[in-house]
Design a protein. Structure first.
Length: 249
């Protein structure tokens, strides 16, 4: 074989290259290419498989539970997080409804079917819809009162994930601890929602907190009224969790 033939074989034939460096699950392959007669080795990396929506949402909730609020920066700009955020609100409301229903099973042992229907099923839908009112009030206040830049869809995403502490009201089934558990769950939700609002807008901390509190006031007022609608023997109406119990204005 002449020199020219040997050079052609060197520059134009793929040569197997082995390497002992395998890190994590990234598989690397190398190709021998020619650019202007010069051999160039290019490394190709197979991308990691993307996490599914459930895993991503669970990861964000886990980070928020560990006080890693940078998760809101990712949630805010991720389009797929919109439905995930609404799902968090629905699931949290459902767990709250399960709590009030189990309370009726364990504590009073009556009206379980009525409370299942009104507090758990109807209450889950009602609380989710009234939560949207909370987001709308926050958006309205930020844009028209505090003159901050606020995107309502981004607020839906971050405030939806900030609603996950409400799921703790599942434990209102422990009758003696129902009130402290409910207060803690909503206090945590308000605080986390305020941080979420601040992360998704250019509002400063006091304005974000005030808008969140006023929005929660509207949410609580509506839920308080609905707790007196379709009451079950004077216990509560079509609201879940700690908000199930009628206030009898």
């Amino acid at each position: 074989m002449g020199a020219d033939g040997f050079a052609g074989l060197l520059f134009h034939s793929p040569l197997p290259i082995t390497t002992g460096d395998h890190r994590d699950d990234v598989r690397q392959s190398r190709r021998l290419n020619t650019i202007g007669g010069i051999s160039v080795i290019r490394r190709q990396t197979r991308p990691r498989p993307r996490s599914n929506v459930f895993e991503t949402a669970a990861g964000w909730i886990g980070r928020l539970a560990r006080f890693d609020y940078t998760a809101f920066d990712e949630i805010r700009i991720e389009p797929s997080a919109t439905m995930s955020a609404v799902a968090v609100v629905v699931l949290s409301s459902l767990l709250a409804g399960i709590g009030s229903w189990l309370w009726s099973v364990f504590e009073i042992d009556r009206n379980e079917t009525d409370i299942f229907l009104r507090s758990l099923l109807i209450g889950t839908v009602v609380q989710t819809l009234v939560w949207f009112l909370w987001v709308y009030i926050v958006s309205l206040l930020l844009r028209h009162v505090y003159h901050a830049q606020a995107n309502t869809l981004e607020l839906v995403r971050v405030m939806g994930f900030a609603f996950f502490p409400v799921s703790l009201t599942l434990f209102v089934l422990i009758g003696a601890l129902a009130v402290p558990i409910g207060l803690f769950a909503f206090a945590a939700t308000i605080l986390l929602s305020s941080i979420a609002v601040q992360s998704a807008t250019d509002a400063d901390a006091p304005h974000a907190m005030m808008a969140t509190l006023l929005g929660f006031g509207g949410f609580l007022a509506f839920m308080g009224v609905l707790a007196n609608v379709m009451e079950v023997n004077g216990l509560g109406g079509i609201t879940p969790g700690i908000l199930f119990f009628a206030l009898d204005f």
